[in-house]
Design a protein around this ligand. Sequence first.
Ligand SMILES: C[S@@+](CC[C@H](N)C(=O)[O-])C[C@H]1O[C@@H](n2cnc3c(N)ncnc32)[C@H](O)[C@@H]1O
Length: 340
Amino acid sequence: MHGSASTTLFLLLEKQPELLQAAQNIVFMRAVGSAGLTELGKQRLQCVQSFKPLYDQLQALGLPTTTALQGTFDAALYLPTKHRDENLTNFAALVEALNPEGKIICSMANDTGAARFEKCLGRLLGHIESFSKHHCRVFWGSRTSQLDQCLLAEWSALNTAKPIEDSNYLGRPGIFGFEKIDRGSRLLLETLPRSLPGAGADLGAGYGYVAGEILKHVADVRALTLYEAEKLALDLAAQNLGAITTSTELSFEWRDVANEEIEQRYDWIVCNPPFHTGKARVPELGRRFIRTAGALLHHHGKLFLVANAQLPYESELRSIFSECRVAARRDGYSVFHCVK
Ligand SMILES: C[S@@+](CC[C@H](N)C(=O)[O-])C[C@H]1O[C@@H](n2cnc3c(N)ncnc32)[C@H](O)[C@@H]1O
């Protein structure tokens, strides 16, 4: 999805180079590595990317990359996501970071709500232009005196951590499942033993729900490491777990579980793996998590995994683990308990 949004963005910049000609410094929010990006010039570009796999790609291209927006800019590029609140808060943050007359240019796939978000940005800026190609829409405008300050304040205020449903866990726009506790994760927790001795890991830990509930309800956990690629989520996990009284040794790892080499080894692993990249379903991502879990477990180590029941994971699990059984199947989810 991001591939074509990014291609369409650079197509526009090629057709209308004057849009960025005067810009001495440019920020690119939720940037994705591409050849067009390096052509913009490393000296004037600042990429912002808090998702580790994409952050690593930008680093590999030698592009200056941070995990959070900082500073002021003459122009801002943004690849909005499918999440409304994240996009509105990023529109507000980017417009606030623009110098007067600075431009914000966004690109997104039509089927992720591009027309709707173009209207939103138009309301904020008072004026908007757009270009469509490859089922994507690029829309842009400038920070002028027409800026709607009330809307700016309203959207900035969305960018805060809030309790999820009626739980004690904080969520925020930009992370998985920030509006509700995941039903698959709930089912996984129901099946866990009362005691899990030794050191464990949560692969794809999000804002820390599964790990937090383990701390509260499972005995004998000596150490627990949370692995998560989205830094916004991992930071919240540290905050959420920091509020729980525990003697378990905790660590938080901002890592790409699907691609990075991980040295540590564990007695058990819990996992609710991702299977989407943007809007696209990518079951291979979940299979990679399963292979990583297999590699990280000691001999006889245990994996507790939940997945959408339709996903084709069972044969992967059976090929890696000596024992594998379905511990629960409900509401469209399956929980597997496996032994290496
Ligand atoms: C289905 S969610 C589960 C989140 C959490 N366990 C919960 O129950 O709310 C999967 C998580 O994996 C994370 N993720 C996606 N790709 C990843 C990767 N390559 N490495 C590590 N984590 C990743 C996502 O950001 C998301 O938080």
